[in-house]
Design a protein around this ligand. Sequence first.
Ligand SMILES: Nc1ncnc2c1ncn2[C@@H]1O[C@H](COP(=O)(O)OP(=O)(O)OP(=O)(O)O)[C@@H](O)[C@H]1O
Length: 277
Amino acid sequence: MGHMGAGVPPAPQPLPGVAHVVAVGSGKGGVGKTTVAVNLSVALAKLGYKVGLIDADIYGPNVPTMMGTTRQPNVVGENRIEPILAHGVKFISIGLISPGDKPLVMRGPMLHQIIRQFLQQVEWGELDFLIVDLPPGTGDVVISLVQTVPLTGAVVVSTGSNVALEDARKALEMFHQVKVEVLGMVENMSQMTLPSGEVIDVFGAGGTERTAAQFGLAFLGALELNPAIREGGDKGLPIALAGPDSKLASEVYTMAQRVADKAKQVASKNENVFEIS
Ligand SMILES: Nc1ncnc2c1ncn2[C@@H]1O[C@H](COP(=O)(O)OP(=O)(O)OP(=O)(O)O)[C@@H](O)[C@H]1O
């Protein structure tokens, strides 16, 4: 103990009962990362998986609004936090804890502490997927995350625009640096269909799929730009609730199925690596 420097973090430990931790990141803010993370979670739950969702966007926690509840979580036993259940998904967010009393500036150690608590002190129980909605950009939160738990992989969300893709590439680079496998990329705010049926391309649809191909990554799907998606977010009724037969929500289910398949594939590949060595 004594000679171990205080700066040496303990090795990441899997969360008992949690099969896959999957981070959702973007690089650029405002591309709809939280919208994707929330809908992905709800769709996975509707597909029959046990799903948890951590709002790790400490500076702009929008998950409670998008999940439709700002109820404070109960603390049980020895400082264990009960996640909030909404739309079949268990979630936790800094936005639920002492709302109105959140520090605007957080020092690194405090941020690390929050991420660790969200992973280790929340009563997640058995989960197939624990989705983590990262803050935009690259940095601290991801480092705290990978120091605490092993991740199955990450999903990178972008629009098709060059500026969003520039930042998405930085996110890809960051995941590479911290040795987190990217499961694939999602294009959000892709094409938009007008009531007349005319399709308009606002952000350069197709750009994300091309970028994924350049990096040898899977393209996990596109979500159109549609006011119903924004309304669903603001009302706390994610469009995934409409189910796989709804035309709009079907895109989310395709995406969710691909994320699930890819996560299982990556995890079994990594298990084999351990067995061989
Ligand atoms: N496909 C879409 N169609 C219409 N509106 C969308 C779509 N995706 C997201 N939005 C809306 O765009 C806004 C930004 O989305 P969101 O909060 O998910 O982005 P974000 O990338 O998580 O942002 P940040 O992390 O910077 O806070 C929200 O109002 C959301 O409802």
